[in-house]
Ligand binder design. Structure first.
Ligand SMILES: Nc1nc2c(ncn2[C@@H]2O[C@H](COP(=O)(O)OP(=O)(O)OP(=O)(O)O)[C@@H](O)[C@H]2O)c(=O)[nH]1
Ligand SMILES: [Mg+2]
Length: 336
C-alpha cells in the first residue's frame, strides 16, 4: 500500500521583456530624442497550499508549468506588459524538494502558505534610459533576463490521525503491524524503527484511520540523545497519541518512571503535543499469569486518569477494544 503521493514537476518562469530602441518621429521635429520604453518583468511560478485538496493526482497529466514572458517595451516610452504569475495549487501537507540537490525547500503546512518556485526575469531598459547630456541619441538598450527554470519533487505527507510514542523496544511497530496492513521492521533491540511508518486501520469497508509509528524516544531525546525528537513533527498534527509502555518487568515504580521519561520529552518538544489527548497502552501482557496481571493493573491504573489499555501483539488481546475506542474518539472530533 502506498501512502505517500509523490510527483516531479518542471517550472519555468517568464523571461523579462527587452527594452525598446526607438526615437521620436514627429512631424516638424527632425531629430526626435530616444523614446524606447522598458520591457515588462516575466511572470513567476508560485505554489500555494490549499485545504480541501488531498492528492497530487492532477499532476500525473500535467507536470510542466510556465509563467508568461514580459512583453518588450514600445516606442513613445511605452512599458512592456508584465507576464502573469502562474499559481500552482498544492494540498496542505505538501513538502517541496529541489529535485537536483534533494534539499527541502518548503513544507506547506497551512492553508494559503505560498512560495516562489521560479522567479520571473527582470525587464530590460529602453534606450530612453541611456539618454545623457553627451549622448542625446543613445542606441543602447538592455535585454530582459531569463526566467528561472527549476525542477522540484513534491511529496504529500499523509497526515496520521493517531501517533504511537514510547521508549524503544516497547512494541510500537508490533502494534502497528497487528492493527493495520503495514509491515514495519520489528526486532528485539532498541531503535529498530529509524523512520516513521504509517498504517491504515480498517474499521469496516468505508471507515478507517491512519496510525503513525515513530522511532523510540529515550531520556534526553529533546537534547539529542538516541535518535532525538525530530520525528515528533510527524505526529504533531495527529488527534491522539497512544503512549506504549512495556510492562515485562512487572514493577510499578519502573513503569511510572518510564512513562514520566516520555512525558518530559513530549513537553520539551512542544506544549501542544504534550497537551494532546494521550492514552496509555500497557503492552506485552502475554508474558504474565492472569493473577499477576490483575494486581499489576490495579496498581497502575489508579495513577492515570485517561484511557488505559492492556495489550499483547502476540495473542492480540486488548487491541480491538483500543481501536474501537480510537475510532469513536476520532469520529467525535471529526464530526464536530
Ligand atoms: N511477548 C511480547 N513481545 C512483544 C509484544 N509486542 C512486541 N514484542 C516484541 O518486542 C520487541 C520490540 O518490538 P518492536 O515492535 O520492534 O518495538 P518498537 O517499540 O517499535 O521498538 P523501536 O522501533 O526500537 O522503538 C520485538 O522483539 C517484538 O517481537 C507483545 O505484545 N508481547
Ligand atoms: Mg519500532
Amino acid at each position: 500500500m502506498k501512502f505517500i503521493d509523490e510527483t516531479v514537476i518542471s517550472v519555468k518562469a517568464g523571461n523579462g521583456g527587452d527594452g525598446c530602441l526607438s526615437f521620436r518621429r514627429e512631424k516638424y521635429i527632425p531629430f526626435g530624442g530616444p523614446d524606447g520604453g522598458d520591457g515588462g518583468n516575466g511572470g513567476s511560478v508560485i505554489a500555494v497550499a490549499r485545504d480541501g485538496l488531498n492528492t497530487l493526482a492532477d499532476f500525473r497529466n500535467q507536470n510542466e508549468f510556465r509563467a508568461s514572458n514580459g512583453e518588450r517595451g514600445g516606442g513613445k516610452n511605452k512599458k512592456g506588459k508584465a507576464g502573469d504569475n502562474l499559481i500552482i495549487e498544492l494540498p496542505v501537507g505538501s513538502v517541496i524538494y529541489d529535485d537536483e540537490s534533494g534539499n527541502e525547500v518548503c513544507d506547506l503546512d497551512s492553508d494559503g502558505q505560498n512560495i516562489e518556485l521560479a522567479k520571473g526575469g527582470d525587464f530590460g531598459l529602453g534606450n530612453t534610459r541611456f539618454k545623457s547630456s553627451t549622448n542625446r541619441a543613445p542606441r543602447k538598450i538592455t535585454k530582459g533576463t531569463k526566467g528561472e527554470i527549476k525542477k522540484y519533487r513534491i511529496v504529500l505527507k499523509v497526515l496520521a490521525d493517531v501517533g504511537l510514542v514510547g521508549l524503544p523496544n516497547v512494541g510500537k511497530s508490533s502494534i502497528l503491524a497487528a492493527i493495520s496492513m503495514a509491515k514495519p521492521k520489528i526486532a528485539d533491540y532498541e531503535f529498530t524503527t529509524l523512520h516513521p511508518n504509517l498504517g491504515v486501520v480498517l474499521m469496516n469497508e468505508y471507515e478507517k484511520f491512519v496510525v503513525a509509528d515513530i522511532p523510540g524516544l529515550i531520556k534526553g531525546a529533546s537534547s539529542g540523545s538516541g535518535l532525538g525528537i525530530q520525528f515528533l513533527k510527524h505526529i504533531s498534527r495527529t488527534k491522539l497519541l497512544l503512549h506504549v509502555i512495556d510492562i515485562t518487568n512487572n514493577n510499578t515504580n519502573k513503569i511510572v518512571n518510564d512513562i514520566a521519561v516520555i512525558e518530559t520529552e513530549l513537553k520539551n518538544y512542544d506544549d501542544k503535543l504534550y497537551n494532546m489527548n494521550r492514552w496509555y497502552v500497557f503492552n506485552k501482557t502475554d508474558l504474565f499469569e492472569e493473577k499477576d496481571l490483575i494486581s499489576l493493573k490495579n496498581s497502575i491504573v489508579k495513577n492515570y486518569d485517561s484511557n488505559v489499555y492492556f495489550t499483547s501483539t502476540v495473542n492480540k488481546k486488548g487491541l480491538d477494544e483500543m481501536c474501537s475506542d480510537v475510532w469513536d474518539h476520532l469520529r467525535d472530533i471529526y464530526n464536530d
